[in-house]
Design a protein around this ligand. Sequence first.
Ligand SMILES: Nc1ncnc2c1ncn2[C@@H]1O[C@H](COP(=O)(O)OP(=O)(O)O)[C@@H](O)[C@H]1O
Ligand SMILES: [Mg+2]
Length: 245
Amino acid sequence: MKAIEASNLQKDRVSGFFMHRKRVVTDLDLSIEAGCVFGLIGPNGAGKTTTVKMLINLVRPDSGKITILGRAPNDPIVKHKIGYLPENPFFYGHLTGREFLDFAASLFGLTGRAKKDRVTEMLGLTGLMPHADKRLAAYSKGMLQRAGLAQALINDPDLLFLDEPMSGLDPIGIHDVREIVKSLKQRGKTVFLNTHLLEDVRILCDEIAVMNQGRIIKRALTADLANISIQDYFFDAIEDREAAP
Ligand SMILES: Nc1ncnc2c1ncn2[C@@H]1O[C@H](COP(=O)(O)OP(=O)(O)O)[C@@H](O)[C@H]1O
Ligand SMILES: [Mg+2]
């Protein structure tokens, strides 16, 4: 089964005082198998975050079609089956880590013992247990990133979107997130990873696509790149594009 299918996605954004209109995603097609760890890589401004936001129904595409887990992206069932770690998550600083996760679990209808157990499990999984009762305002960037990840996993999603999950993490945090992604894969989950860290791609992804200036310009199975450096593959893709008329 396909976890994600998208065809001909297009999105314009308007910005600045002069309301300049710019196409930030152009003719984007995606087809991602369930159980796959997919990496969307590209420089800042390539359109990766906009793409994820369209897939999870936070941003409406100007045109194109999206199917998530066999359903329309705005289907409430889809909402229950996906998890999302935003690039810049917002946190209520006055909540403790435990309270924040308790709140996130409530949004998915968990109550009582099941909710408590799930929160405890997520605190353990993300290494936050020692900080569970501190306020988020006192968390470091890395601890917040872990809290964001715990939140994204609270409903045990089948499909997880991680937008630059390593940002702000120290080497231990990076290692932990990688281990979490690997364990999700072992459990048959699908992971959509936005990153500009090429090392993560090599370690985690089954399949990658390089995005630049709103377009996917190259894609590959990482197994087929075994003898090439991902860095070379990435820079070749970007240069080919820039050399094109
Ligand atoms: N809300 C917005 N309003 C206007 N322009 C935006 C908005 N969000 C993103 N953009 C523009 O869209 C382009 C793609 O951004 P983004 O999807 O965040 O790329 P990436 O995640 O690859 O860094 C950039 O040029 C960015 O400035
Ligand atoms: Mg981004």
